[in-house]
Design a protein around this ligand. Structure first.
Ligand code: KIV
Length: 283
C-alpha cells in the first residue's frame, strides 16, 4: 500500500516532518523508496537535470509520462506525485483534467503537482472534484522564470508576501492536499505553514515548513552544471563516477580488465576440437 494523501496530512497534524525527494527513473526510485521517502516527486526539473535543457519549459507530457512510468515501476510504497509540465494545464481546465488524468491512468501516479496560486484555484477544484489529488506549488515557480526575469526569490515585499499567503489559502480552499513553497523567505514560509491545515513542503523556503523537497541530482552532487544555494550535497556522485570511469579506462589500457572472474572459458578439449574442425573445413 502506498502512502496516501491522508497519511501525509496526518504527519502534519502529528508534527512529523515530511521528506520528499525527486526521482526520475527506475533505479533512483528504488533507492529513494528503500531509504524510506514517503512521497516521491517526478519533477519537470528532469528537463534540466536528466535531459540537459536550460529550463523546464521544453518538457512535454510525453517526457513526463515516460519518466513517471519508470518511477512507478520502481516503487511500491511511496506516493508518486507527477509534475504537470508547462502548457499542459494552463490553457483550460479541460486540458488539466485530460493531462492530469493521463498521469494517473496511463503512468500510474497517485497525485499531480501544478504551479500557480489564486489563478489556478478553479483548476485545482476541478481536478480534485474528478478525484485527482493535487499538490500546489507557489513562490519561485520555475515555469514562470521568464515572467519573473530569472530564478528569483519571491515574496520579498509585504504586498508580494500577502499575495503568496492568499495564493496558499486559495489552493487549500480549492482542495489541494499540500503546497510546495519554493524560493520564499523563511519567515513567510513559517507564517503560511502556520495558517494552513494542509502540509507545506519547502525548497529554499527555510526550516519551518512541514516538509522539505530536494532535487535528487542536487543533493547527491550528480548535476555537473551548478548546485542551487538551497541544496545541501549529501554525496558527490559526480566525483565518484569520474573516479570509477578513470579506473575503468586505466584497467582497459593496462589489460587488467576483464579479469578471470569477469570472463567465461572453454575447456582445452573443446578448443582442440574447434581447431580440428577449422583445419578440416579450411583444407
Ligand atoms: O520540478 C521539480 O523538481 C520541482 C521541485 C523543485 C519542487 O518542482
Amino acid at each position: 500500500m502506498r502512502t496516501t494523501i491522508n497519511q501525509v496530512q496526518e504527519m502534519k497534524r502529528r508534527g512529523e516532518r515530511i521528506a520528499m525527494l525527486t526521482a526520475y527513473d527506475y533505479p533512483s526510485a528504488r533507492f529513494v523508496e528503500a531509504a524510506g521517502v514517503p512521497m516521491i516527486l517526478v519533477g519537470d526539473s528532469l528537463g534540466m537535470v536528466v535531459l540537459g535543457y536550460s529550463s523546464t519549459i521544453p518538457v512535454t507530457m510525453d517526457d513526463m509520462i515516460h519518466h513517471v512510468k519508470a518511477v512507478v515501476r520502481g516503487t511500491q510504497k511511496s506516493m508518486v506525485v507527477a509534475d504537470l509540465p508547462f502548457l499542459s494545464y494552463q490553457a483550460s481546465s479541460d486540458d488539466a483534467v485530460r493531462n492530469a488524468g493521463r498521469m494517473l491512468q496511463e503512468a500510474g501516479a497517485q497525485a499531480v503537482k501544478l504551479e500557480g496560486g489564486e489563478p489556478m484555484a478553479a483548476t485545482v477544484r476541478r481536478l480534485t472534484q474528478v478525484g485527482i489529488p493535487v499538490q500546489g506549488h507557489i513562490g519561485l515557480t520555475p515555469q514562470s522564470a521568464n515572467q519573473f526575469g530569472g530564478y528569483r526569490v519571491q515574496g520579498k515585499t509585504a504586498s508580494a508576501a500577502a499575495q503568496l499567503v492568499r495564493d496558499a489559502e486559495a489552493l487549500q480552499t480549492a482542495g489541494a492536499f499540500s503546497v510546495v513553497l519554493e524560493g520564499v523567505p523563511a519567515e513567510l514560509a513559517a507564517l503560511i505553514t502556520q495558517r494552513l491545515t494542509i502540509p507545506t513542503i519547502g525548497i529554499g523556503a527555510g526550516p519551518h515548513c512541514d516538509g522539505q523537497v530536494q532535487v535528487f541530482h542536487d543533493m547527491l552532487g550528480y548535476y555537473p552544471d551548478f548546485t542551487p544555494r538551497h541544496a545541501k550535497q549529501y554525496a558527490h556522485l559526480g566525483d565518484v563516477i569520474k573516479q570509477a570511469v578513470a579506473g575503468y579506462i586505466a584497467e582497459v589500457a593496462a589489460g587488467s580488465f576483464p579479469a578471470t572472474e569477469h570472463s567465461t572459458s572453454m575447456s582445452a578439449e573443446t578448443m582442440e576440437a574447434l581447431l580440428a574442425e577449422l583445419a578440416t573445413s579450411e583444407s
